[in-house]
Write a protein that binds this ligand. Structure first.
Ligand SMILES: C[S@@+](CC[C@H](N)C(=O)[O-])C[C@H]1O[C@@H](n2cnc3c(N)ncnc32)[C@H](O)[C@@H]1O
Length: 416
């Protein structure tokens, strides 16, 4: 996995090549290795004269990343860690020469009392220099907290499906089923001072298949920051709504759970569009129609009436969700940000033409870069004369409760 990500593949794609039963373990180790990758490289530079070639390098990368973090519970005992790393050298003939090396280097590092002091993880976060520079420039007092958050395991937040759990008794009984399954939770009622309903923070994350009622549609996994979208757009009953970049359908489904609307969920990628269908069907939601098409080119898919409300959850750098996708900091190039900004502007321009006068458009990214957030919102207000900016949270920086998002809400003037 590490080799594939290093060569430019996304982890979501690469992980498909792992046997299904091993995927959770492979993912957990790969995530840890990516989250600590730059620190591991510094450690290797200092403890080895020459980085070993091929798979041995990646084996050492993974093993060193599993060394306990400063002041944290170890994932594995040091004995297991060294043994398993050495055993792994037998799995590929190109690594068999490295048995002694892997054993010696891991033992040396583990014996070194000053490792965390000499090679600080704070000084070696897993970000390229341009990204760090951007964070420091945009958030001089918050950037260290952003980096710290990206090293943490993300919170598991669920949203109860209020079409199914539609009485206080049913919600209570769902809470009971979580307790019976020994899944701890805390209701989360606000994010960025905005109200959330039926949002639970699962205190010790469990795989989705262990969440009671998940496959029957009782709930969905959705970050608390993402749950703001439906509440902010708040479409009127019977209105026509477009979710323009919809897969896998988390925000579309939330809209259908909360409001009686006619929703078009548009997605450019046909395979991802299927995920929206699956989600609607798992949650037994009606009122939604899935369309495959390009939001920046509506001629191909839009016929008929304009929309009362549009959700534009545009493609972005995903710099606000690094802890959920730690491969992003390895894959993203600086030039991507400019290209994404151009794409976002094209999409916003095309969607505005589909909005009724008096209608609302919610612009969303899961980025922390102002180029994709606040600067885009200001650019939009300067570009058109019929947009009014309404109250919305703007930039949400990642925290222990939620991921990083940007929200700007616009209304299209009626008289123009
Ligand atoms: C940030 S994700 C959307 C997440 C989704 N709103 C949710 O809450 O589940 C962006 C999605 O937009 C899709 N996309 C990218 N460019 C697009 C375009 N030009 N038109 C429509 N969809 C696009 C991507 O394939 C991706 O599925």
């Amino acid at each position: 996995m590490l080799e594939q990500v290093h060569e430019g593949a996304s982890l979501t794609v690469a992980i498909q090549s792992a046997p299904v039963t091993l995927r959770p373990a492979v993912q957990s180790i790969t995530f840890q290795a990516l989250r600590r990758g730059f620190w591991v490289h510094e450690v290797l530079n200092q403890y080895l004269q020459k980085t070993p070639p091929g798979l041995t390098k990646y084996l050492l990368w993974a093993a060193i990343a599993l060394i306990p973090e400063k002041d944290r519970e170890p994932m594995y005992t040091t004995h297991t860690l060294v043994n398993e790393a050495v055993n792994a050298t037998y799995l590929d003939k190109n690594m068999s020469y490295a048995k002694g090396l892997v054993n010696a280097i891991l033992r040396r590092i583990l014996r070194s009392p000053d490792i965390y002091k000499d090679i600080s993880e704070d000084d070696n976060p897993s970000y390229p220099a341009w990204w760090l520079e951007k964070l420091k420039r945009s958030y001089p007092s918050e950037y260290q907290e952003i980096i710290r958050c990206s090293r943490e395991k993300p919170p598991l937040i669920i949203r109860l499906n209020q079409r199914q759990l539609n009485t206080p008794e049913k919600i209570q009984s769902y809470h009971e089923s979580l307790r019976a399954a020994e899944i701890g939770f805390v209701p989360l009622t606000t994010v960025a001072n905005r109200q959330l309903v039926n949002t639970l923070h699962i205190t010790k994350p469990v795989p989705v298949n262990q969440i009671p009622g998940f496959f029957d549609g009782s709930c969905s996994v959705q970050d608390a920051g993402a749950q703001l979208a439906a509440h902010l757009l708040a479409p009127s009953p019977k209105s026509r709504v477009l979710d323009a970049c919809a897969a896998p359908g988390g925000k579309s489904a939330h809209l259908l759970e909360l409001f009686d609307i006619q929703l078009d969920a548009l997605e450019i990628d046909p395979l991802r569009a299927k995920r929206i269908e699956e989600n609607f069907s798992r949650l037994s939601l009606s009122g939604g129609r899935v369309l495959v098409g390009d939001a920046s080119d509506p001629k191909a898919w839009h016929k008929g009436e304009l929309y009362d409300a549009i959700l534009a959850d545009v493609p972005c750098s995903a710099s606000g969700i690094v802890r959920r996708h730690p491969d992003i900091t390895y894959l993203r190039q600086e030039a991507d940000i400019k290209n994404l900004q151009i794409t976002q502007r094209k999409i916003l321009t095309a969607l505005w033409a589909l909005l009724k006068p008096g209608g609302k458009l919610l612009y969303v990214t899961c980025s922390v870069f102002p180029e994709e957030g606040e600067l885009q919102a200001r650019w939009w207000l300067n570009s058109v004369s019929d947009a009014v900016r309404l109250d919305a949270p703007g930039q949400l920086l990642p925290s222990m409760d939620h991921d990083g998002f940007f929200y700007a809400l616009f209304e299209k003037s009626k008289t123009h």
